[in-house]
Design a protein around this ligand. Structure first.
Ligand SMILES: NC(=O)c1ccc[n+]([C@@H]2O[C@H](COP(=O)([O-])OP(=O)(O)OC[C@H]3O[C@@H](n4cnc5c(N)ncnc54)[C@H](OP(=O)(O)O)[C@@H]3O)[C@@H](O)[C@H]2O)c1
Length: 305
């Protein structure tokens, strides 16, 4: 298959590119840094820096849309919210417009979303059937999915990847947490009762590839492990894996003061079930957090990845 990927240079994207190239697919990566694509995504990866470079002579069998400005890195000012929206919803709309113009259209669009779709709620658990929440992240995801869904009218199979916290030793939440925990400064966030719906990077990739290949898969898929944990449990398990104590609590009001509304991403959460993957008997290699962290952090007795 020839696959167009946006966000291919990111944490998830670069692993996806490596996996696709390893199984013999051809990839083209849309990137603002095209000169880095071969180095990051693989020597045979092609790069385009604008959708205008998608010429009629180019045919893609699939499009995987993962681009998006990092959501937790900066305070959500009005300007920042617009950047977060434009880099996801705006880009997805442009992508669908481009697909509309293509003489030979791709068969499938897998498009990013997040479990933030369900909003912050620690009281109930969410399967793909649940409706969208009401906060900023939920609205962002809902608009992102809506933009992708418009490709259905063009005859494409469309899947929204409602992604949980992807655990990867090279980036994302785990890399941010590892050093303080190694220094014995790891702390529970606020009450610790908020849910963290996580997934091991390897299960994430296997699930994504199975959705890509399964021509009957469409609609939303929750990409999380089947066993979510509270922040208190996550803190305890990470400290134990690193043979450290986590004795501290980061008070909620301090995080709110320092981060504004985006502290909701740390102080709130949602318990998400990957119901559709479970219904398809998808095999999670790392269903529980202890085995996932042991594997990623090279603890003894870890399964190899
Ligand atoms: N990692 C997670 O735990 C997680 C959880 C839930 C949802 N997600 C979503 O899944 C997607 C991929 O996640 P990730 O962790 O791999 O993200 P990442 O490492 O931050 O990479 C995102 C990629 O998006 C592109 N990008 C960033 N800002 C952009 C902008 N303003 N305009 C156009 N492109 C831009 C960048 O590519 P170039 O610099 O090459 O242009 C970057 O490599 C993201 O949309 C993220 O929101 C991730």
């Amino acid at each position: 298959m020839h696959i167009l990927i946006t966000g291919g240079t990111g944490l998830i994207g670069r692993r996806l590119c490596a996996a696709l190239l390893a199984r013999g697919d051809q990839i083209t990566v849309l990137s603002r840094r095209p000169q880095l694509v071969a180095g990051i995504c693989g020597a045979t990866a092609q790069a385009i820096s604008s959708l205008d470079e998608w010429t009629p002579a180019m045919h893609f069998d699939a499009v995987i849309n993962l681009a998006g400005e990092p959501i937790i890195d900066a305070r959500w000012t009005e300007k920042r919210r617009q950047v977060l929206l434009d880099s996801r919803v705006g880009l997805t709309r442009q992508l669908v417009e481009k697909i509309k113009q293509a003489s030979r259209k791709p068969q499938v669009l897998l498009s990013g979303s997040a479990i933030g779709y369900y909003g912050i709620d620690d009281a109930q658990s969410f399967t793909e059937e649940a409706s969208a929440g009401n906060d900023f992240s939920a609205n962002l995801c809902a608009q992102w999915e809506l933009a992708a869904d418009s490709a259905k009218a063009l005859g494409l199979r469309v899947v929204s990847l409602r992604t949980g916290l992807v655990l990867d030793e090279d980036g994302g939440v785990l890399k941010k947490m590892r050093l303080p925990f190694q220094l014995g400064l790891g702390s529970q966030l606020g009450s610790g009762q908020q849910w963290m719906s996580w997934i091991h990077r390897q299960d994430y990739l296997r699930a994504l590839l199975s959705i890509l290949d399964d021509t009957s898969a469409n609609g939303a898929f929750n990409l999380t492990a089947p066993i979510a944990v509270t922040n208190a449990e996550f803190t305890k398990t990470l400290a134990k894996t690193l043979h450290r104590f986590a004795l501290f609590v980061a008070p909620a009001f301090v995080l709110r003061l320092a981060m504004g509304e985006r502290s909701d991403l740390l102080l709130g959460g949602q318990k998400v079930l990957p119901q559709r993957l479970l219904d398809q008997h998808f095999h999670f290699e790392f269903p529980d957090l202890s085995s996932a962290l042991a594997n990623l952090l090279n603890a003894p007795n870890a399964k190899s990845s």
